[in-house]
Design a binder for this molecule. Structure first.
Ligand SMILES: Nc1ncnc2c1ncn2[C@@H]1O[C@H](COP(=O)(O)OP(=O)(O)OP(=O)(O)O)[C@@H](O)[C@H]1O
Ligand SMILES: [Mg+2]
Length: 272
């Protein structure tokens, strides 16, 4: 469904921060992108929906390459993707329902958004998405009265009503406690499993990658250094993704065994 070929990105004439990235994503995959700070994870995600314009290479969705240089090309590309942001980007004084309806903006006329007049179908879709993320009883409450984890689930519901082929999530659980983080990641995983939406999710927490990813892409210095299932990650792979960090933590890494068990011992969240 998504094909990324020889993707390069340099910011304003600087050096490349992405150096020829190649990968494909199929419907229903939960791809976690891991890498140290500055590895290029956010840049990669933003290139996929042309929020960042690639400097070279191409991105195809269902075999079609939309032209990033044209406004219509960027709009066409973005219709395939919905984004979940680290800081939710909700309108605090609006209700949960209205925040989720914002996700329908690209599907309805401008005046409808301006005057907050939504069709029954759109409201039903929004309520359904709110229920999917487990917040049915909060639908008419102000968004800023919800906890951080609940607000992030509203962000996921807003992404769901866009009916995207893919969801892009840039560190969606960075500021959440483990229980709230798992609730958000469960919502993303359900979208993958039930609706066959592909998710590409940047994370710093290796634990969560092991638990939720069907596939891990490891980035280091703007290059893919690992692409495969989480359970096949060896200490060498972890070292390639987090140079120096895994070595420093080698006391926690068994010499042998499945990656799933050994990687779980590395407390990387605070170390990157
Ligand atoms: N708007 C920008 N202008 C110039 N350079 C940028 C810009 N955004 C990112 N960079 C640079 O690109 C490189 C990759 O940054 P990016 O934000 O993609 O990394 P990241 O892996 O998401 O890091 P983090 O884990 O800290 O979010 C870094 O060297 C960064 O300084
Ligand atoms: Mg980032």
């Amino acid at each position: 469904m998504l094909e990324v070929r020889n993707l390069h990105k340099a910011y304003r004439g600087g050096d490349d921060v992405l150096h020829g990235i190649n990968f494909e994503v199929q419907p229903g995959e939960f791809v976690v992108v891991l890498g140290q700070s500055g590895a290029g994870k956010s840049t990669l995600l933003r290139c996929l929906n042309y929020l960042c314009l690639p400097s070279g290479g191409e991105i195809r969705v269902n075999g079609v390459r939309h032209n990033p240089a044209s406004k219509s090309g960027r709009q066409a590309q973005r219709r395939h993707f919905a984004m979940v942001f680290q800081d939710h980007n909700l309108l605090g004084r609006l209700s949960v329902l209205k925040n989720v309806l914002v996700g329908r903006m690209s599907h309805i006329p401008f005046w409808s958004c301006l005057f907050q007049v939504f069709s029954r179908r759109d409201v039903a879709l929004a309520l359904q998405a709110i229920e999917t993320v487990g917040l049915a009883e909060k639908a008419y409450e102000r968004a800023d009265s919800l906890s951080g984890g609940q607000q992030q689930r509203v962000g996921v519901a807003r992404a769901l009503v866009q009916r995207p082929a893919m969801m892009l999530a840039d560190e969606p659980v960075a500021s959440l406690d483990p229980q709230s983080a798992r609730q958000v990641l469960n919502c993303l995983q359900n979208a993958c499993r039930r609706e066959k939406i592909a998710v590409v999710c940047n994370l710093h927490q290796l634990d969560y990658a092991m638990e939720y990813a069907s596939r891990v892409i490891g980035l280091a210095g703007g290059k893919v250094v690992y692409d495969g299932p989480p359970e096949s990650m060896t200490p060498q792979v972890v070292e390639a993704i987090y140079p120096g960090v895994a070595q420093n933590k080698s006391a926690s890494i068994p010499e042998t065994g499945a990656g799933g068990a050994l990687c779980r011992n590395i407390p990387l969240a605070g170390a990157v």
